[in-house]
Design a protein around this ligand. Sequence first.
Ligand code: FES
Length: 96
Amino acid sequence: MALLKRLSRHELPLVPFTLNGEACSGRAGDTVLTAILTQSDRLRLSDFSGDPRAGFCQMGACQDCWVLTSDGGRVRACSTALKPEMSLRTITEPRS
Ligand code: FES
């Protein structure tokens, strides 16, 4: 179940992306964080506890919202604009 429910901007163009290999879509103007949390109940798992996380500060300061990109990089979901055809992967296993 999605953590966020979109209440407005339903008329904006769809932006297709993949999340953990699944086809998804956000809306133009979404951040990666918004796009993911309107699809999923979490952004990643905590490196320390394994508990679900959904970002914290929402303004690029805490680094609690890293997601992986298909090219091996990572982005802060809260401060990265969603782009068409992004291939994103959330961290689903805590580091050992
Ligand atoms: S939620 Fe804090 S940096 Fe993204």
